[in-house]
Write a protein of this length. Structure first.
Length: 485
């Protein structure tokens, strides 16, 4: 166990976020594949705290259900009335004490709407808190423009924090300070519990302010310190859609940089978007206009894009997917997808296989070296190795009540404009003729022909469409043919 392992992390996520102007609770808005609170919980987990508590309030049932999905080990505490940040932290600590848990050590308090905050920065805060022997340590940041923020006022001799002064209350000299309060703190657990019981509500909002704890502890002779975040953008909170978009951009830049430093070629970072859960191997290439989402993984030498969106998709070594939408699919090594292909959940492409132009697949297993080159739908199907599916083929898998499966063997050649009416099986090495509607099983090595015999009705256009352009063209063709004879 780490010597600096916090006793608890308390995440404040009870607010409504009215400035988001949304039916979705603010902390559940997503960027880069995680909710705002999900990002904060993930960063907090990097500290390996003994207890992780999220204080919920607005839409608490919805937020609690989401927390169970993202981290089943998280406890939630309910702040029934939003009576300030101090009150919220008190609710979090009472959730633990009501369970008979006595905290001894450090309690880190973070805000649930700061998705750029990293575990590394929280670790620095916790380590600074322990090393300096502080009663409370503020995470601060040096910002280019501190207008509107609470300023960190320090003792010149010791560097200890003497006050956090809000912008409206600051003197001209204090307003010149660029070190600001982030709203993230590390506290001594026992001192925090005692100080919270003494926080007053005689302020304009009638609320319990967590920042009042700093003054209470300092007046009692305890040291208040600060740890400066390496990047001031980490502490950015989200209050509206503009800030949400800015945080998404900043986080995306961070993810792209990490990918490129790991050996991935990103041709145009400005038009490439990643989720935090995307994985790469060296020498993967991402072309412009591409979104890689969910648990997508690119193998070594794989190429994706341009203009592709892959969600929860594995792309094998050396595979290529261009102008492709894929979800829950697996693309084998050396396979080719697109352009303009759609791979739906359950699609598995074998090594060196192909899903070509305007091909849609769903719940389909495609064998090694098999090709579905163009203009086809393959749904609920298994296709063997080194088979070729003709253009404009449709696997007819739905009878209006249930889905059925089609099996095509290895080394088959199916004609263009085929309909495979499931359930049906095409044996290994079989052929099907162009234009066939296959409703019965085809034995291995057979040729299946399932189409009406062609019948030409001479003179039909002249009789049924006299005087039309078609009739005139036919008449001219007949005369030319007669002249040639």
């Amino acid at each position: 166990m780490s010597a600096n392992r916090p006793a608890a992390v308390v995440v404040l996520a009870a607010g409504e976020g009215t400035r988001m102007k949304s039916a979705t609770p603010k902390v559940l808005h997503t960027i880069s594949g995680r909710s705002l609170v999900g990002h904060v919980v993930a960063a907090s987990r990097e500290l390996d705290p003994e207890h992780l508590v999220v204080v919920v309030g607005h839409a608490r049932d919805q937020v609690q259900a989401h927390l169970l999905d993202v981290d089943p080990g998280v406890r939630s505490a309910v702040q029934h009335e939003q009576n300030g940040t101090g009150h919220a932290v008190r609710m979090g600590l009472e959730e633990l004490s009501d369970d008979g848990i006595t905290l001894d050590g450090t309690v880190v308090v973070v805000c649930g709407d700061t998705p750029l905050l990293t575990g590394e920065t929280l670790r620095t805060l916790s380590e600074t808190h322990a090393a300096d022997g502080n009663a409370v340590t503020v995470l601060s940041a040096e910002v280019p423009d501190s207008t509107g923020y609470g300023r960190i006022v320090r003792d010149d001799a010791t560097g200890a924090v003497t006050a956090i002064v809000e912008h409206k209350d600051a003197t001209d000299a204090q307003r010149a300070i660029h070190e600001i309060n982030s709203g993230v703190f590390a506290f001594d657990a026992k001192l925090l519990t005692d100080a919270l019981s003494r926080v007053r509500t005689d302020n304009s909002q009638g609320e319990e302010y967590l920042t009042d704890v700093l003054g209470i502890l300092r007046e009692a002779g305890h040291r208040v310190g600060a740890a400066v975040a390496a990047d001031h953008r980490e502490i950015l909170g989200i209050n509206n859609r503009v800030q949400l978009a800015e945080a998404r951009r900043l986080l995306n830049e961070r993810l792209l940089e990490r990918a490129m430093l790991a050996g991935v070629t990103v041709v145009d970072p400005a038009t490439t978007w990643l989720d935090v859960t995307v994985g790469f191997e060296p020498d993967a290439v991402v072309h412009p206009g591409t979104q890689l989402l969910g648990t997508t993984v690119l193998g070594s030498g794989a190429e994706v894009g341009p203009n592709s969106r892959l969600t929860d998709t594995v792309v094998g070594e050396g595979a290529v997917a261009s102008f492709t939408v894929a979800e829950g699919a697996e693309i084998g090594a050396g396979a080719s997808v697109g352009p303009y292909a759609y791979l739906r959940p359950g699609t598995v492409l074998g090594a060196r296989s192909k899903a070509g132009t305007y091909v849609e697949m769903k719940n389909a297993s495609i064998g090694e070296g098999t090709k579905v080159p163009h203009l086809s739908y393959v749904g609920d199907a298994t296709i063997g190795e080194h088979t070729n599916i003709g253009a404009a083929s449709v696997f007819v898998n739905y009878d209006g009540e249930a889905k059925h499966h089609t099996t095509v063997g290895s080394h088959c050649k199916t004609g263009s404009d085929n309909m495979f009416v499931a359930p049906v099986t095409i044996g290994d090495g079989a052929y099907t003729a162009a234009g066939s509607v296959i409703t019965k099983d085809v034995p291995p090595g057979s040729l299946a022909v399932a189409r009406g015999q062609q019948r030409n009705i001479e003179g039909w256009v002249a009789r049924k469409r006299p005087g039309s352009a078609a009739a005139q063209a036919a008449s001219s063709a007949r005369q030319e043919s007669a002249g040639e004879r």
